[in-house]
Design a protein around this ligand. Sequence first.
Ligand code: ZN
Length: 138
Amino acid sequence: MKSYRKELYFNTPTRRAFINITPQIEECLRESGIKEGLLLCNAMHITASVFINDDEPGLHRDFERFLEKLAPEKPYDQYDHNGFEDNADAHLKRTIMGREVVVAITDGKLDFGPWEQIFYGEFDGKRTKRVLVKIIGE
Ligand code: ZN
């Protein structure tokens, strides 16, 4: 069995962002040489997500509104977590959008359903954060 590990780095200029990272993940898969197996991709920070959905800008605005309704960024003092930090909303948003995705590798490709793409979801940006890619198989 082969095993591959890589960390990807993201530093978004805005507090919140969704980035389609599918091309970088496909590059990792090529680099690994693995044809059959499983790929895990997870955010290594508790205020960022990795999730799978459609690359459609309207949907991304809908996610933003949906998350702001559930866990609005402001006022900061509505959250117990916001003492030394102001990112309680980011922790909550990350929990809703998830930590990781697992994708089957078949015939050297990500075995996606229709329209599936992998996204990095940033909820407390403007600093460098890491995403882990782990691939196992043969
Ligand atoms: Zn925090």
